[in-house]
Design a binder for this molecule. Structure first.
Ligand code: PEP
Ligand code: MG
Length: 575
């Protein structure tokens, strides 16, 4: 029916040009006549959305601004999935349909229940089924990848996996799955439950063992698209990173600074936790200083690595924040070990641990209250920061530390800690004869800090909204115990979303807006950012854009998502 075919293609072009979007059309041909039944914008995967958007800009059908709204920021995750390292040696055992793109590697399991069970125990799994059905959904959700013996590109496994962004190879030729023996055989190779396989859902290939992965580079269409995103967005995107490796990953994803380096994460290493515990358990300032002196070189090395990785971009370093009990030895064996190390009795360790016990440690001796109680802790950290900065500068590098004081509610708290940091900064700089540019600021993570922002801005060169704690303290809902309340409240329609994942715009958001405005009123060039988990959430980013913050900071892997969400916020606001 060449004539009808021509007519159908012409209608297809007309509809696509009219709607300026890819169409999902239904038609029928009856008695030699073409009937169009329905048209609507077609559903698509992240990769397809990007390809369609870029093509339509090239065809002059849509603008770059429209293009950036056509890729769901959440879907971008699919494009960032690592791929199998093309250089790695691989043993191909089978091939099927490339049902859902991306690479996956994990231990083979043969039921959805096993998948869920194994993942709960910290394993990564590939779910292998003859075919999948709706009961398998839980296992499909947690699996790294899915392989099925039967089924085409629109089988249950293929459709559901694509929707989830989970790599899938379906309809694998010659694959014989035995649920009873918990193994599969293909091309003469038998693979038992618990063995590793690797899938390439983009090519449909299956390999034996754990094939190394490489991160997808943002090049080609993806790179061009992200270029438009960066031109459009106003918010900078920084990352939360505590190690040089994380800092490097963040920069590769386009981070423009570090918005939160949680220094406490640097103390959990087995070599360090001992000194940290000795510091906490110390009965005298002298003992505490001795333990801190042992931590100083580690801390300095960490900062050198991070400064080098960031190469002159801002690095926001938060001084010690968490409740001390997080570091304490909890089991008797650990307590005995530390007692031996410190040369004190087990009883002495137990007594000190009991003294430090807090009923509600999240609201106890933490944040700047620690620095005020034990000023030598923040002094050591400031010394490590400035000595690292001096060393990197001497070697020809650039540094830009932003020193951040946590959990401030009173200007006086900030002033006391600021004076200690400035004194240390001066001592180190004078000794080295080198000047280091730096800022001192605070987190806004208590309602009182938000209320008193104008006053606090007199002393703070920057505010970073710690929306995790600000949500906890504003809602009066413990971060650690919120789970059941959130489920119930969502079910009852009290919360529309999890307030720890997506900012409560009406309540917590009001405090953020007010504090940002008060801060700017007192100090027009104040630097404003957010470093709570909300910094990587597209809906929250739209809100932070409307407040006029300078940056959002999120985990390194969310940086591209935040970049896109920030551009989409600008386009939405202009409509
Ligand atoms: C916050 O409270 O939002 C924050 C970033 O700090 P933390 O999560 O470490 O308490
Ligand atoms: Mg906090």
């Amino acid at each position: 029916m060449p004539e009808l075919y021509k007519e159908l293609v012409a209608i297809k072009d007309k509809l696509e040009n009219h709607y300026k979007d890819m169409q999902d059309m239904e038609f029928t041909i009856q008695d030699g006549k073409l009937w169009m039944l329905q048209t609507r914008n077609g559903k698509r995967t992240g990769a397809a959305a990007l390809k369609i958007a870029v093509d339509m800009v090239r065809e002059g059908l849509i603008s770059k601004e429209t293009a950036v709204t056509r890729v769901d920021a959440g879907q971008l995750d699919q494009l960032l999935h690592p791929t199998l390292d093309p250089k790695a040696k691989k043993e191909k055992i089978a091939a099927g349909l490339p049902a859902s793109p991306g690479a996956a590697c994990g231990k083979v399991v043969f039921s959805a229940t096993d998948a869920e069970e194994w993942v709960k125990n910290g394993e990564k799994v590939v779910l292998v089924r003859i075919e999948t059905s709706p009961e398998d959904i839980g296992g499909m959700h947690v699996a790294e990848g899915i392989m099925t013996a039967r089924g085409g590109m629109t089988s249950h496994a293929a459709v559901v996996a694509r929707g989830m962004g989970t790599p899938c190879v379906s309809g694998v030729e010659g694959l014989v799955v035995s649920y009873e023996n918990k193994n599969f055989t293909v091309g003469g190779v038998t693979v038992n439950e618990g063995y590793y396989i690797s899938l390439d859902g983009s090519s449909g290939q299956v390999f034996l063992g754990e094939v190394p992965m490489v991160q997808n580079a943002m090049v080609g269409d993806f790179g061009e698209f992200m270029g438009w995103v960066d031109d459009i967005r106003k918010l900078q995107v920084w990352a939360n990173a505590d190690t040089p490796v994380d800092a490097k990953v963040a920069r590769d994803f386009g981070a423009q600074g570090i918005g939160l380096c949680r220094t406490e994460h640097m103390f959990f290493d087995p070599n360090r936790i001992l000194h940290m515990r000795a510091m906490i358990l110390a009965a005298t300032e002298e003992d505490r200083r001795n333990a801190l002196a042992k931590l100083l070189p580690y801390q300095r090395e960490d900062f050198i690595g991070i400064f080098k990785a960031m190469d002159g971009l801002p690095v926001t370093i938060r001084l010690l924040d968490p409740p001390l009990h997080e570091f304490l030895p909890h089991t008797e064996a650990e307590q005995a070990e530390i007692a031996k190390d410190l040369g004190v009795s087990l009883e002495a360790v137990k007594t000190r641990t009991a003294q430090l016990h807090e009923q509600n440690p999240m609201l106890g001796l933490r944040g700047c209250r620690l620095g005020i109680t034990y000023p030598e802790v923040y002094e050591m950290q400031a010394q490590a920061i400035f000595e690292a900065a001096v060393e990197v500068t001497k070697a020809g590098g650039k540094v830009l530390p932003d020193i951040m004081i946590p959990l401030v509610g009173f200007k006086k708290e900030l002033d006391m800690m600021k004076a200690a940091v400035e004194k240390m900064a001066k001592d180190v700089q004078d000794k080295a004869g080198i000047e280091i540019p730096y800022l001192i600021g605070t987190m806004i993570e208590l309602p009182r800090a938000a209320l008193m922002a104008e006053e606090i801005a007199k002393s703070a060169q920057f505010f970073s909204f710690g929306t995790n704690d600000l949500t906890q303290t504003t809602l009066g809902l413990s971060r650690d115990d919120a789970g059941p309340v959130i489920s119930l409240y969502k079910a009852k329609g009290i919360y529309l979303k999890d307030p720890f994942a997506s900012i409560d715009v009406d309540g917590v958001g009001q405090l953020v807006r007010m504090a940002a405005n008060s801060g700017k009123k007192e100090r027009p060039d104040i630097q404003l950012g957010v470093c709570g988990e909300h910094g990587g959430d597209p809906a929250s980013i739209e809100f932070f854009n409307s407040v006029g913050l300078n940056y959002v900071s999120c985990s390194p892997y969310r940086v591209p998502i935040a970049r896109l969400a920030a551009a989409q916020a600008v386009v939405k606001a202009s409509k």
